[in-house]
Design a protein around this ligand. Structure first.
Ligand code: ATP
Ligand code: MG
Length: 302
């Protein structure tokens, strides 16, 4: 078991997100998934052992599995010291990439990013449930009346949002599509998003996991549309345990529920800084992440 909260590689930093550290290698990116965890939108002071490995290896699993639907940005998953050495030779200061990257990082093609979060929902949950209760719709889509929380939709829906550094994500409008120059590609983004979601949902179901909703990012790589970012991980998707699924209330999150429960009970006001989690909560959560991985892939995390 290993834990990594932050990387400080001698490479130029492309972006440090809540969970991932992304480095710029010219026409490629090195994406490192750390063990950071956020809850209620705040990064916690402690990490979850193996979480970054789960995110990285689960993304890699899904990228491979969905490549028949759409190509993706993956060049190499850094899953061994041999691959790490190959990548070291690409960086300006070879030798400076630590072994701790093995299992938790991948080399990808830097794409021209489409600044849209391509959200697909198969179930009525989270902000969509709140919106439905108030308006009877999700985004521009009218739903039948009388639906219950966490109910499966008769068919998955595409509710893309903006992806902006300055404003809160909001539903994409026709004007946004035009302003972003996406008129010609929008229908394809929708079709591919629905296809990938449908494929993953059906597969996950056979492994005892419901993918309630998820979000994809796309870009152009060598002029071709490609899936980028992370894919169908617990950080980009809502995973539920089939055996605990019950319509009519919110569902426990497969991975983060021990953290949310403990934080809620702690009386923390959800403003940073968040409190330190007790070791047993950290351990239980780490186990949940490893379980997501082994359930979905049928493999034990290496
Ligand atoms: N192949 C790629 N080419 C270009 N940009 C990419 C590629 N893959 C991912 N990205 C971008 O890299 C960034 C990764 O950041 P990351 O997801 O870690 O943090 P964030 O989205 O800024 O915030 P959060 O932590 O809330 O997700 C995103 O902006 C994503 O769009
Ligand atoms: Mg992100």
């Amino acid at each position: 078991m290993s834990i990594l909260l932050e990387t400080n590689l001698p490479l130029s930093l492309f972006r440090r997100g809540k969970v991932r550290d992304v480095y710029d290698l010219g026409d490629r990116l090195l994406i490192v998934s750390t063990d950071r965890i956020s809850a209620f939108d705040v990064i916690l002071p402690c990490g979850i052992p193996d979480k970054g490995k789960v995110l990285n290896q689960l993304s890699a699993f899904w990228f491979e599995k969905t490549a028949h639907i759409l190509s993706n940005h993956v060049i190499k998953v850094i899953d061994s010291s041999v691959v790490l050495n190959e990548v070291k030779n690409l960086s300006s200061q070879p030798g400076e990439l630590p072994d701790s990257l093995i299992g938790r990082s991948m080399l990808v093609a830097k794409a021209e990013r489409i600044p849209v979060e391509c959200v697909v929902r198969g179930y009525l949950s989270g902000s969509a449930w709140a919106e439905y209760k108030e308006t009877g719709r999700i985004g521009h889509i009218d739903l039948p009346s009388g639906m219950k929380e966490s109910q499966e939709l008769s068919q998955p829906i595409f509710t893309p949002t903006t992806k902006s550094d300055t404003e809160h994500d909001r539903l994409l409008t026709n004007k946004d599509i035009k302003d972003l120059g996406l008129e010609d590609i929008f229908e394809e983004l929708k079709q591919k998003s629905l296809l990938i979601y449908g494929y993953a949902r059906d597969y996950a179901r056979t492994r005892g996991i419901i993918i309630a909703d998820t979000k994809f990012e796309f870009g152009f790589s060598n002029g071709q549309l490609a899936l980028i970012d992370e894919l169908l991980t617990p950080d980009s998707s809502r995973f539920w345990d089939v055996s605990q699924y019950e319509v009519g209330h919110s569902q426990p999150s497969f991975d983060k529920q021990p953290v949310r429960d403990w934080l809620s009970a702690s009386g923390w006001n959800k403003e940073p800084p968040a409190p330190m989690l007790p070791p047993e909560v950290i351990e239980r959560t780490s186990k949940r992440y490893r379980e997501v991985y082994s359930r979905l892939t049928g493999r034990v995390l290496s």
